[in-house]
Design a binder for this molecule. Sequence first.
Ligand SMILES: Cc1ncc(COP(=O)(O)O)c(C=O)c1O
Length: 501
Amino acid sequence: MVFLSRVEQDDEVFDLSTQKIGSIESGSDKNDYTNVYGSHFATDHLPLHEMPEREMPREIASRMVTEELSLDANPRLNLASFVTTYMGYPHTAEIHNRCVNMIGRPFNCPTDAKGENAMGTSTVGSSEAIMLGTLAMKKRWQNRRKAENKDFSHPNIIMNSAVQVCWEKAARYFDVEEKYVYCSESRYVIDPKQAVDLVDENTIGICAIIGTTYTGEYEDVKAINDLLIQNGIDCPIHVDAASGGFVAPFTWPDLEWDFRLEKVVSINVSGHKYGLVYPGVGWVIWRSPQYLPQELLFNVNYPGVDQASFTLNFSKGASQVIGQYYQLIRLGKHGYRSIMINLTRIADYMAGELRKMGMILINQTKGRGLPLVAFRLPPKPDRLYDEFSLAHKLREYGWVVPAYTMAPHSNEMQLMRAVIREDFSMNLCDSLLQDIKMALLILEGMDQAMITNYKANIRSQRAHAQHQERTLPFYQKERHSLQGKSGKTYGFVTNYFKWAR
Ligand SMILES: Cc1ncc(COP(=O)(O)O)c(C=O)c1O
């Protein structure tokens, strides 16, 4: 069970670390962490509202979180739930509150006592967070239309055609018309002017992405915000910061993309991407209760405490929320910043090396986008292989570096993308670059007969039961999604054999 948590305002936050203990001097050596209960962490208060500045040793963070959890009921003796539970809840709810506070604050949510009151909840991932954000925008728009005695049956939402598929789902599932700003051959982010021009009286909101799935670029949320203000348009912005929410605040802190912009009413982020938690956690934060209509919330008395709930699913594992808290206190701002900067440096190095090989780089570097490398092969009319064949060749060496077909109106551009994650060291990067060189050499050396043979082998692999497409026969050739309509792909798995057709 997950509850809506409030981001506490500045005047409610008491910094416990400033409180004097009023006892004998500490005997702990500042740098000796071998003894958990002899270290200074044992007498420090755990962070409740803000990520700590510095890291905490992993054994200590783990022990502190385990200690907290001992305050929960013994799961075996908990006969309140039907759910198989090894982790209880009353205290987990407190940890959830802390996470919402620690995630909302770096997004610059209002914490001034006179200002709005931000709130948020954990979700299964960004997809659920986006569903909730879409629902809130739709309900708020409907309420306004009803109050004005106007038709409220044709809501629409504006977004880039390079959105992740969850946006298509959110729109479809909740009966909201999708209005796309299309990419072009040279622009893969939303065009702010086109987006604002599409707004009409039925628009529930605009989605802006901080770290697009394909190229990792940050969309210009500020330009959209400013155009809306200049033109006196009352339209909210939801920022999809699934990947960038844990990157941009550390690598480009001056970029204004979050609640600093008045039109930004809600933001989602995946804890299981650059939040560095194992899969199954996302977060959505609203600027103020006015953007989250009350009729979407359910006050549930569970277990013994009245709490507001806004989720799609009632039961949910607590482990990822606890994992998120662990990472927030274990790494602190310094830890996240160091990791994100290292990833950016490795991505930039890889981009530079690929450029030397003649590749065309599509992503931004130096922290101006996500730490990933998106690239294309250099244009060469008589080349017999393409990005999908390089992806396939790299798979033979164990690498999963997918090839994609870009969003519609980008001339079916193909690209490859390597996401640089926490455990991708420079050493691995060098190995990948070596393998890319090798794969290119082999592909380059293949003549037409060899390529034909290679493709035949790939096709025969496809014929194997385990490698066949997973789409059920009744649902093949759908034409309602951007993939169905335009050939846009969300990964190379579906198009793995495209080249071999
Ligand atoms: C921009 C963007 N939004 C939303 C999502 C969906 O996130 P999740 O997998 O956490 O549901 C993704 C996933 O890759 C994404 O890149």
